[in-house]
Design a protein around this ligand. Structure first.
Ligand SMILES: [Zn+2]
Length: 401
C-alpha cells in the first residue's frame, strides 16, 4: 500500500500554523514523508496520488480515558445483568463507532470481564474494526470504593500489589486506581480519599517494576495529594486540584487527564431515555458544581504548566454515550478558553505522550503510523467541525468515509 494525499490543509498536532496545500506520502502502515506539495520528494511521484484538496488533514484523535465495554446510556448495574455475549457484541459496535468518529487510539481505564482484551486481539487480527488500545483491565478500588461493583476490590499494600499484578497478568498496559469517591457510585462523597499512600505506593512500585504506568481516578484534593505522594503518573478528572497539589504534580512530572464531558454531559444532541433523565436529575447539583469548579482547575493547571491530556469517560456513566464524545471533549476545552489549536494538540500529541506512544502516533510526521483524520471543514474556525468527517485512516488503511 502506497499513496500520496495531496492538497489538504495540514494541522499536524504540534500546534504550529496550519500548512496549506500539503501532501502526505504513506507507505504501508506509516507516513514516509509530509510537507508542502512543492517539496514532494521524487520517490513519492510514482505512488498513487489522491487529491484531498479542500479538506483538513489531522492526526487521528486519541481518547485517553474511555470505558469501551459499557455503552454509556444505561446504568452500569443494568449492564452487569446482561449476558456476557451481549456486552461483547455491543462493545464490537462501540469500537467501530469510536473509530468512525475519528478516534484511532484509546486508553481504556476500566474494563469488564477482560472483554476489552479480546476486543484488542480481534482488532489487531483484523476481525473487527476499532481503535488501537492501551488497557488497564479491571479498576482497583478499596472494599466498597468507587465503582466497586466492577472493580477488583483490595485493601492494604499486599492485596493492592496482588490486584495490580493480576491486571498485568491479564494483559494490562497500565494500572487504574480509584483514589477518591465518584459521582457514578450512588451515595459517595467525591471529596473522600479512598486509598492510603501506602496502598498507592505498593501499586506504583510493582507497576514500575513491570514497565507500567499508574492512573488514578481523583476528584478530591486529598486523593490527589495521596497519589502524588504515592508516585501516580496520571490524575484522571482532577476536579479539586489546588495550588499545593498542582505544585506536587509539576514536581512529579504527573499528567492531568481532564474528562470534561463526564462532568458536563451532552444532554441536547440525543434523546434522553428515562434512565438517563433520572441520572441527570440525581447528579444535577454535582454537575453544576463540577462545571464551575473545573474552569478554575483548568486555569490553575495551565498556569502551573501541568502536562494536560484529555479523555471522554465515555461509557463511564449513563450520560456518557459513545456519541462523538471526543469531538465534544475538545469543544468543551474551547469553551474553557483554550484555542481550537491547543485543544487539538492536547487530544492528539499530548494524549500520545500520556499513552507512552509518542514515537508512533499523535502527530502527522514522518515515521509515525498513518492514523489520520480528514475533515470537510475547518476545525480552527469552529471546533465542532471535528464532527464533519470526510475519512478516517488507521495504519494507512481507510477505515471510514
Ligand atoms: Zn472513567
Amino acid at each position: 500500500m502506497e499513496y500520496v494525499l495531496t492538497g489538504a490543509t495540514l494541522i499536524d498536532g504540534n500546534g504550529g500554523a496550519p500548512l496549506e496545500n500539503a501532501a502526505a506520502h504513506v507507505v504501508g502502515e506509516r507516513i514516509a514523508w509530509v510537507g508542502g506539495m512543492a517539496d514532494l520528494p521524487r520517490e513519492a511521484l510514482d505512488a498513487e496520488q489522491i487529491d484531498v484538496s479542500g479538506k483538513w488533514l489531522l492526526p487521528g484523535l486519541i481518547d485517553a480515558h474511555i470505558h469501551i465495554c459499557y455503552n454509556g446510556s444505561e446504568s452500569v448495574f443494568a449492564l452487569l445483568e446482561k449476558p456476557r455475549d451481549d456486552l461483547v457484541l455491543e462493545a464490537v459496535d462501540i469500537c467501530r463507532r469510536t473509530l468512525s468518529h475519528g478516534v484511532t487510539t484509546v486508553r481504556d481505564v476500566g474494563g469488564e470481564q477482560y472483554i476489552e482484551m479480546g476486543l484488542r486481539r480481534a482488532i489487531d487480527r483484523g476481525f473487527i474494526e476499532g481503535p488501537r488500545m492501551k488497557l488497564s483491565g479491571r479498576v482497583i478500588s478499596m472494599t466498597g470504593g468507587h465503582a466497586h461493583f466492577i472493580a477488583r476490590e483490595a485493601d492494604g499494600p499486599d492485596e493492592m500489589r496482588k490486584a495490580a499484578r493480576e491486571q498485568i497478568k491479564a494483559g494490562a498496559d497500565l494500572v487504574k486506581l480509584m483514589a477518591t469517591g465518584g459521582t457514578a457510585t450512588p451515595g459517595q462523597d467525591i471529596h473522600a480519599s479512598q486509598l492510603t499512600v501506602e496502598e498507592i505506593s505498593a501499586v506504583t512500585e510493582v507497576a514500575r517494576m513491570m514497565g507500567r504506568k499508574v492512573a488514578a481516578h481523583c476528584h478530591g484534593t486529598g486523593g490527589i495529594r495521596n497519589c502524588m505522594l504515592g508516585g501516580v503518573d496520571t490524575i484522571e478528572h482532577g476536579t479539586y486540584l489546588d495550588e499545593e497539589t498542582a505544585d506536587m504534580m509539576v514536581e512529579n512530572g504527573a499528567a492531568l487527564v481532564l474528562t470534561l464531558g463526564a462532568g458536563n454531559p451532552d444532554l441536547e444532541s440525543y434523546p434522553l431515555s428515562p434512565v438517563q433523565q433520572a441520572d441527570a436529575e440525581r447528579r444535577k447539583p454535582m454537575i453544576e458544581q463540577g462545571i464551575k469548579q473545573i474552569r478554575g482547575t483548568i486555569a490553575l493547571a495551565r498556569g502551573k504548566g501541568i502536562f494536560l491530556g484529555i479523555g471522554t469517560d465515555a461509557g463511564g456513566n449513563p450520560l456518557a454515550p459513545h456519541n462523538f464524545s471526543m469531538a465534544r471533549e475538545l469543544e468543551l476545552l474551547v469553551d474553557n478558553d483554550l484555542t481550537a489549536m491547543e485543544a487539538i494538540s492536547i487530544g492528539t500529541r499530548n494524549n500520545a505522550a500520556v499513552l507512552d506512544m509518542e514515537d508512533d502516533i499523535g502527530t502527522v510526521e514522518a515515521g509515525k503510523y498513518a492514523d489520520l483524520l480528514l475533515l470537510k471543514s475547518d476545525p480552527l474556525v469552529d471546533i465542532r467541525n471535528l464532527r464533519d468527517i470526510a475519512a478516517v485512516v488507521k495504519g494507512g488503511k481507510k477505515v471510514w468515509g
